[in-house]
Design a binder for this molecule. Structure first.
Ligand code: A3P
Length: 262
């Protein structure tokens, strides 16, 4: 299946009342049965909560602050989305489609708390969850849906607000997601972070991640990570800002992926 043969936006299909792409729904069993290896780390987020930011921080930590190594590939190849099962050149490494090959998978695992529980009981080394407040998530998601031609058209802003509140957007309800992972966090090895905290004091929050990953680094490397993962630097980083994706799929002239970051 080539993208050219498939008009955008992607077909969607509900699963357990949650809107997903058809391919995600159809592949759900594979995702459900994904066997994490003990070294695998999961980064879980609701859409637009700072997934890419967390991925860059984790990659910099894993590579001891080596900026060049972190530019070896696009974010979505360095940390494939576990449930984004699209046979595109974009996600050659997507986990459910084959061996993951990286230590980290970024996954949303939309359908409800049962999934949260199942996933968090898996063999993961750990799960880093990043939450962002509903208002900024909503605004960011709206603009992202306008520029991301793979997603359903968000329609007028007022209608989109209602769709978001009702959870009738891809990956379902923001409320269920942040709440489901919050409830799971004390029962499993989950580091629950907030976008707003990361914004307020990246040093403090990155130190939490370091502790969670049982990793020791020098002050110099830590400062390098803070710098390299700042909004302004990431906005200019083609391996992190999604500008390598064809304009037919993501049109940054409508709204850049790295939009506001505030
Ligand atoms: P905005 O649209 O509000 O700017 P995700 O990676 O989950 O899709 O989230 C994307 C959101 O995170 C975007 O929000 C993007 O600008 C923001 N973001 C990405 N990297 C960031 C960084 N280093 N600092 C602050 N915000 C960042």
């Amino acid at each position: 299946l080539q993208l050219e043969e498939k008009p955008l936006p992607l077909e969607t299909k509900e699963l357990n009342g949650i809107l997903m792409t058809k391919m995600m729904s159809d592949n759900w069993d594979k995702i459900w049965n994904f066997q994490a290896k003990p070294d695998d780390l999961l980064i879980a987020t609701y859409t637009k909560a700072g997934t890419t930011w967390t991925q860059e921080i984790v990659d910099m930590i894993h590579n001891d602050g080596d900026v060049q190594k972190c530019q070896r590939a696009n974010t979505f190849d360095r940390h494939p989305f576990i449930e984004w099962t699209l046979p595109l050149p974009l996600n050659s490494g997507t986990c459910p489609a084959g061996p993951c090959g990286t230590v980290t998978c970024a996954g949303r695992f939309a359908p409800g708390r049962r999934v949260t529980e199942t996933i968090s009981k898996g063999n993961w080394k750990g799960i880093i969850y990043m939450a962002r407040n509903a208002k900024d998530s909503l605004v960011s998601y709206y603009h992202f849906s306008r520029m991301n031609k793979m997603f359903p058209d968000p329609g007028p802003w007022e209608e989109y607000i209602e769709a978001f509140k009702a959870g009738k957007v891809l990956w379902g309800s923001w409320y269920d997601h942040v709440r489901g992972w919050w409830d799971a966090k004390d029962r499993h090895r989950i580091l629950y972070l907030f976008y707003e905290d990361m914004k307020e004091d990246p040093k403090r929050e990155i130190q939490k991640i370091l502790k969670f990953l049982e990793k020791d680094i020098s002050e110099e490397v830590l400062n390098k990570i803070i710098h390299h993962t700042s909004f302004d630097v990431m906005k200019q980083n083609p391996m992190a800002n999604y500008t390598t994706i064809p304009t037919s799929m993501m049109d940054h002239s409508i709204s850049p992926f790295m939009r506001k970051g505030a």
